[in-house]
Design a protein around this ligand. Sequence first.
Ligand SMILES: [Zn+2]
Ligand SMILES: [Zn+2]
Length: 147
Amino acid sequence: MTRDVLPGAQTTPTQRCPQCSSIGLPVLIGLPDETAMEAAAAGELVLGGCMMGPDGYAWECPAGHEWTGDEQTWTRAVDLALAGRPRCHDCGGRTRRLVYPRALAHPGETEGLADDIAAGLAEMSPDEGPPGVYSTRICHDCRALLA
Ligand SMILES: [Zn+2]
Ligand SMILES: [Zn+2]
């Protein structure tokens, strides 16, 4: 399995299992979407299902031990696991949000957009795109649009 390591992605103490010292994965509680299921299939996070999990930000190690850590580390780990997903259906490359110009008239559609563009997580589309659609996802590598 190849794994994308982003700058600043380091192992922190709260990612280590307090019982066996293995590296843990963040546990995502709630009904998973396609993006979360793909990250789980890639072994980058654990789906906790719809049940109420432990209080706080849960982790699980390969041996099944569970513990909770701090919000910042957990949120960053989940963001990294979900970044660039869903992967391109054609080449498996990372995708980012492609925003159509009409979305700019709807503040709810463009919240955080400037930050996402600066971070390389989104880009503006030069064309209008299909009617009624505010955004889709585009492959970094082959530029295919995600269906
Ligand atoms: Zn463990
Ligand atoms: Zn692609």
